[in-house]
Design a protein around this ligand. Structure first.
Ligand code: T4K
Length: 403
């Protein structure tokens, strides 16, 4: 996988004709697989059973496991996180305007706009990259019906402040917890906050169902409604009692999810070990700040996120990303350029960026580095040494890039 040697001079960088640090591309988001044997056994099982989807036994077992893990009363599994968000928004009766961060995966806004609800973009806190509750109230208008907050990177939001605002203004509060399975906030498991929370089990998430998602809620009535909505509104054979869509999770997805959950603690241990190694490997590099997890809480450590301050580092985030890509390290500029700069939002709200100073900075500075079970100490060390080498030689690199 790797070409062992550290770089010693500039011309050894792949950008300038040197050998790539890694022979194979190292992805952010390479899936954790878990036990192939157990997964294949489940696949044989479901094929023998001839029950492939529609609330099958694996889906029911997966829902029960997620409910148990999060301590939430109801879990409704879905085909993916985006449909789960759309259904949650609808089940909560959101309409008009809903306040969301712009610094998130685009699905957090699309789930609203898709239903002709206007996302109103709010800025984030610089340390956690989660929505800044202090900025919310100035965005509330008579049309506002809700807030979607995102536990970005597995950093929990300030749930208390958000719940207070929602209660005071009679707003629905939904958490996009796509990154936050298994994390806690002040000792309470994510899943228990707001009116509902949504998980994603996409292949790139540390626990995956190939494609998958879930809504969790402690509200019995809401859970019942969501169950109808994700299955065309069917309350029984021939009995449609509600408007609905097809949000069902399939049995193969649930089989993967169950297998993935069985290895969840191993995945977290691998992520944590990589995270700690990145912390110590990057600590002394000027202009390179790694977002640290609050280790008093439970974390899944699934994202390694750094901010590159161009002035102190000597090169921009984008220059560093290009150099790493040349070395076969496919670092990602999540979530560049910010949802407010993506279509259709940029055309609808060309001035949205005026109230998003932190978002505007962060989208130019943030990048994610590879982690997960595909990454080990040796790989992390090589990546850290490479970034340190680039920082130390930023001036000649900058000159060479210019020429
Ligand atoms: N809300 C938030 C906050 C989210 O982050 C997401 C999803 C959602 C909502 C919506 O949930 P879902 O509807 O997706 O369940 C990826 C994922 O597609 C997306 O699920 C995720 N967030 C987002 C953060 O990352 P991309 O555009 O980066 O995907 P892609 O295909 O470039 O994959 C990322 C990297 O992983 C690549 O470098 C290649 C590698 N990879 C990917 C896949 C699919 C593999 O090695 N193997 C694979 O099978 O969005």
């Amino acid at each position: 996988m790797r070409n062992k040697k550290e770089k010693e001079n500039l011309l050894e960088l792949a950008s300038f004709g040197g050998t790539q640090t890694f022979k194979d591309v190292l992805h952010v988001g390479k899936p954790n697989i878990g036990s192939r044997e157990k997964f294949m056994r489940r696949m044989h099982n479901l094929l023998d059973r001839g029950w492939l989807t529609n609330n099958g036994p694996f889906v029911r077992e997966f829902e029960a496991k997620i409910a148990e893990l999060t301590g939430v009363k109801h879990c409704i599994a879905m085909c993916n996180g985006t449909i789960a968000l759309e259904i949650a928004v609808r089940a909560l009766g959101m309409s008009g305007e809903v306040i969301v961060p712009s610094f998130t995966f685009v699905a957090t806004a699309h789930c609203l706009q898709w239903q002709e609800i206007t996302p109103v973009f709010c800025d984030i806190e610089p340390n956690s990259h989660t929505i800044d509750p202090k900025q919310i109230e100035q965005l509330i208008t008579p049309k506002t019906t809700g807030i979607i907050a995102v536990h970005l990177w597995g950093n929990s939001c300030d749930t208390k402040a958000l719940e207070d605002i929602a209660e005071r203004h009679n707003l629905k509060l939904l958490f996009d917890a796509s990154h936050a399975l298994g994390i806690s906030h002040k000792g309470i498991k994510v899943g228990n906050f707001g009116h509902a929370e949504v998980f994603s089990f996409h292949a790139t998430k540390f626990v995956n169902c190939f494609e998958g998602g879930a809504i969790v809620t402690n509200d019995h009535k809401m859970a019942k409604k969501i169950r109808l909505m994700k299955n065309f509104g069917f309350a029984g054979l021939d009995n449609v009692v509600h408007l609905g869509t097809n949000g069902k999770m399939s049995e193969p997805s649930a089989a993967m999810g169950l297998t993935s959950l069985e290895s969840m603690q191993d995945f977290i241990a691998a992520n944590k070990s990589n995270y700690r190694r990145y912390v110590s490997g990057l600590r002394t590099i000027p202009g390179c700040r790694l977002l640290e997890y609050d280790e008093k809480e439970e974390n899944n450590f699934q994202y390694i996120v750094i901010e590159i301050n161009e002035e102190d580092f000597g090169l921009s985030r984008d220059q560093l990303v290009d150099i790493l890509h040349a070395e076969n390290i496919r670092a990602r500029r999540y979530f560049y350029p910010g949802v407010h700069n993506m279509e259709p939002y940029h055309s609808h709200f060309p001035n949205a960026g005026l109230v998003l100073p932190t978002t505007n900075r962060v989208v130019t500075e943030v990048m994610s580095l590879p982690t997960g079970t595909a990454v080990d100490d040796g790989i992390v060390d090589l990546i850290c040494q490479l970034i340190a080498f680039i920082a130390e030689n930023s001036e000649p690199i900058r000159r060479k890039l210019r020429s």
